[in-house]
Design a protein around this ligand. Structure first.
Ligand code: SF4
Ligand code: ZN
Length: 350
């Protein structure tokens, strides 16, 4: 497969080697993906399945440096994760909206997603260099309503695309990997409303690949716990610092506390490339405090400071974001990232 030159040399770059060591080894077949380890670990479920999950996660962490298939009793940790994820969907609290409706019966919450629908799946050549070529699966529907969404035709139309069973999702994942993708990149819209089916698909997948969670990170706390031990590379969007701005442009409450909690959790297992889209007129209120938070809390991450914002969809209704960011705004962001010692250059300026 033809490779973009920066993607081809990405694994030799020091910033990448320091931050994505395990991910690179999984891409190269030198390490197992986390979901395979979760398939090897067995747990006995007695009274509290979440307690069994914690025990399983402890075993998974101990297995990171290598362990053989355990022939013990009980169910696999991956099976337990599927069961718990379906339970969350049964009174839906997969994301922080916590709609409480029964998604398994076709009831509809804020995201309006029922069963997973795939809008498209292809090998993406335009992601960050270590991630490209990426086996992207675009799910229809989203729990956010960003006025500047560039994928609004997917994210705001949960009925677009084609419904896929977990087995079908697995065969899409396999085919992307067999066709040369470095990873399977779950995106949308938003993957979170489809989380139980995505984890279930991994049970059926035959290929080994790193799982990339390309998300707005608005998962509930238990949903994030289930993703730990499944996601090899977190690819979160960190959009806002000021909650009023999250509410205004994405219709989201409690944005900052939710996303920072989930980023902290994600940082404990799996590696991370954080994306931040610089919005015009939001450098001081959002960009700068976000970069500072990253430096203090999740420093060993790559940071993609994205300059490509352009007003789309409903953004023209908001004068302050109805233009591209200015050079001075971007320079301010880059200088602050340098001052903080963030690892941003290689993945930002590709
Ligand atoms: S995933 Fe959808 S239905 Fe479930 S809590 Fe979030 S918005 Fe509500
Ligand atoms: Zn702002």
């Amino acid at each position: 497969m033809w490779m973009r030159p920066d993607a081809l040399m990405a694994f030799e770059v020091q910033e990448v080697r320091e931050t994505l060591r395990r991910y690179v080894d999984v891409v190269l077949g030198k390490e197992r993906p986390l979901f395979r380890i979760a398939q090897m670990v067995r747990v006995q479920v007695k009274d509290d399945p979440w307690e069994a999950h914690e025990e399983g996660m402890q075993m998974l962490r101990e297995c990171l440096d290598g362990c053989e298939r355990s022939g013990g009793e009980g169910i696999t940790l991956l099976d337990l994760k599927v069961q718990l994820a379906k339970k969350l969907a049964g009174r839906c609290s997969l994301c922080e909206w916590k709609c409480g409706i029964n998604r398994l019966n076709g009831e509809i919450g804020v995201c309006r997603v029922t069963r997973p629908r795939v809008s498209s799946a292809f090998i993406h050549m335009g992601e960050e260099p270590p991630i490209t070529p990426s086996g992207t699966i675009f799910f229809s529907g989203c729990n956010f309503k960003c006025v500047f969404c560039q994928n609004w035709d997917i994210s705001q139309y949960p009925k677009s695309g084609r419904e896929a069973t977990s087995e079908e999702l697995a065969s899409i994942m396999d085919s992307l990997r067999y066709r040369g993708a470095r990873n399977v990149n779950l995106v949308g819209g938003e993957p979170t409303p489809n989380l139980p089916y995505i984890i279930e698909a991994l049970k059926y997948a035959k290929a080994d690949f790193p799982v990339v969670w390309n998300s707005n990170m608005y998962m509930s706390e238990p949903a994030t716990r289930l993703l730990l031990g499944v996601v090899d590379l977190w690819l979160p969007d960190f959009k806002y610092w000021d909650d009023e701005h999250a509410r205004k442009y994405s219709g989201i409450p409690r944005y900052r506390e939710t996303v920072t909690r989930n980023l902290r959790m994600a940082y404990t297992l799996g590696e991370m490339v954080i994306r931040h889209l610089v919005l015009p007129n939001h450098v001081e209120c959002c960009t700068i405090p976000i970069l500072r938070w990253i430096a203090e809390n999740v420093p060993n991450s790559l940071v993609n400071i994205m300059e490509q914002y352009r007003p789309e969809y409903k953004a023209y209704n908001y004068r302050e974001i109805a233009r591209r960011p200015k050079k001075e705004e971007l320079r301010r962001a880059y200088e602050e990232a340098d001052r903080l010692g963030l690892k941003w250059r290689f993945v930002s300026l590709f």
